[in-house]
Design a protein around this ligand. Structure first.
Ligand SMILES: CC(C)(COP(=O)(O)OP(=O)(O)OC[C@H]1O[C@@H](n2cnc3c(N)ncnc32)[C@H](O)[C@@H]1OP(=O)(O)O)[C@@H](O)C(=O)NCCC(=O)NCCS
Length: 465
């Protein structure tokens, strides 16, 4: 349940717009206020108050599991009951027509407002990548169909991950792509989907989950902000994604966002299978700085950053994941970055049919690894300089791959380069949640006034799609 949000004048909306666009149109509040203003009283969370999740403002003295340890045998083998007109189905994402059903559901229902002019353009390749990492289980791709017609009307998925929360490794899942058909909203189907996926995951002896949402639920462990870097400002203006700020001219705006023709970092090249050993090791070292991370095996690293043989031979139309490394003159990989593509279909525009959107994914650099403390001023300045160079190249590569806007959260060390690289703060915020695990709050890269927190940065080191 993740996504990205909406933007300001600089780089308007993107990502899972629905709730973020409509619900999060607020400025000037601090994050606590933001969370408070959107949240209901705990007693009004009819579903969530029954679940093992931290409540708002709960004093936390110790981190760890919330529910007592159970065994899979204690978990029912029967799916949760559904109204008679619906039936559960396990989606086979290797079956073309079933994947088609999922992306029709998501493409048509992920954006909530009826007049939406943008829709996600999920593709078979995107699902192959995002739903089938090592260890994926068919049983965790859960659908609800109308019994009489077979129409898919709801979906939820889980993928296995090893999370590390301040060094404690917990076998978990990431929950994503929760979606209920627009015509079935407000009928309490979402809690049933959540309970059913929990049951299926528990049956595999996994008791924890990570999920994200623009909606405030009890209780976020971190909140990050969306940011947007226009790559093709004119097109963004044409499709209503950005507005011309008062007093500015179009040529000025275009000039402001113009990037060099090609990347500028010496030794930069696409990640290759033979780099995995080195790049994975660099990535592991880099990720240790954060409080919430996913531990990647080499196999997972290959999957997420090379994308399998299909992605390695992908055409620009089918390419989802873009990963690059910097190799120095001694053959050492010093840096790595990645971004993924999830475009929008543009509705009702006679000229533009698609909006290319790049999302910053994971990265690593050895720039500050010689320092014990990442907040040492010398470490900060070295990393700031290197990341600014690298992510600028990422923007250039994304632009060259026909992406029109590049999105990033305020997670990781992003606060170091966002402003410098002209990422404008969006209106969207993304809440991170842990299911059945109590944890101290984790910094999300935003200050109380919602500006980028360059000083503390973020301790969120996990990126969800
Ligand atoms: C999110 C979505 C599935 C919720 O469905 P719905 O029909 O509005 O909600 P239901 O009546 O079925 O259930 C309401 C319950 O689900 C909870 N809920 C709503 N959105 C949720 C989310 N994203 N994650 C977890 N729980 C959520 C509500 O808080 C409420 O529980 P509560 O009584 O404890 O507060 C639906 O709005 C949707 O498909 N939206 C578009 C896709 C999307 O935004 N997905 C989530 C991405 S994070």
């Amino acid at each position: 349940m993740s996504g990205s949000g909406s933007g300001d004048d600089a780089g308007e909306p993107s990502g899972k717009l629905a709730e973020l666009l409509k619900l999060l149109k607020m400025n000037g509040n601090d994050v606590a206020k933001l969370t408070q203003s959107q949240r209901k009283e705990m007693k009004d969370y009819k579903f969530w108050k029954t679940q093992p999740v931290a409540t708002f403002d709960e004093p936390i003295s110790e981190e760890g599991p919330i529910d007592r340890k159970k065994t899979p045998d204690e978990i029912s083998s029967e799916p949760f009951p559904l109204l008679a007109e619906f039936e559960w189905c396990t989606m086979d994402v290797n079956d073309k027509s079933q994947v088609e059903d999922i992306f029709v559901l998501l493409n048509e229902n992920y954006v909530e407002d009826r007049d939406a002019s943008f829709r996600f353009k999920y593709t078979r390749e995107f699902f192959n990548w995002s739903l089938k990492p090592p260890g994926w289980k068919k049983d965790w791709h859960v659908g609800v169909r109308v019994r009489s017609t077979g129409k898919l009307v709801a979906f939820i998925s889980a993928i296995p991950v090893n999370l590390s929360v301040r060094g404690n490794v917990i076998k978990s899942v990431e929950i994503n792509f929760l979606c209920v058909h627009k015509q079935l909203r407000g009928k309490r189907l979402a809690p049933v989907l959540i309970k059913e996926i929990t049951r299926r995951v528990n049956k595999c002896d996994i008791w924890f989950a990570l999920y994200t949402s623009g909606t405030v639920l009890p209780s976020p462990v971190s909140v990050c902000r969306y940011t947007h870097r226009p790559l093709n400002w004119n097109k963004l203006l044409d499709v209503g994604f950005v507005q011309l700020p008062p007093g500015a001219s179009k040529p000025q705006m275009v000039a402001n966002y113009t990037l060099p023709k090609g990347p500028t970092t010496k030794g930069l090249r696409p990640l290759k299978p033979e780099d995995v050993e080195q790049a994975h090791s660099l990535f592991e070292k880099y990720q240790r700085r954060f409080d919430l991370v996913q531990e990647f095996s080499k196999e997972e690293f290959s999957h997420w950053f090379l994308g399998g043989s299909e992605q390695m031979h992908a055409t620009p139309d089918t390419k989802v994941i873009y990963s690059y490394v910097v190799e120095n003159e001694h053959g050492k990989i010093t840096d790595f970055f990645s971004f993924y593509s999830l475009p929008f279909t543009i509705l009702n525009n006679s000229v533009h049919k698609e909006l290319g959107i790049g999302y910053l994914f994971y990265y690593a650099s050895d720039a500050d690894l010689i320092y014990n403390n990442r907040f040492d001023p010398k470490a900060t300045s070295a990393l700031k300089e290197r990341l600014s160079q690298l992510i600028n190249d990422a923007c250039i590569l994304a632009r060259n791959a026909k992406m029109d806007v590049f999105n990033a959260l305020t997670s990781q060390d992003n606060a170091l380069f966002l402003e410098k690289l002209k990422f404008g703060p969006g209106d969207g915020f993304l809440n991170f949640y842990l299911f059945n695990y109590r944890a101290f709050p984790i910094t999300g890269g935003i200050q109380d006034d919602q500006d980028y927190d360059v000083k503390k940065r973020s301790n969120v080191g996990v990126v969800m799609l």
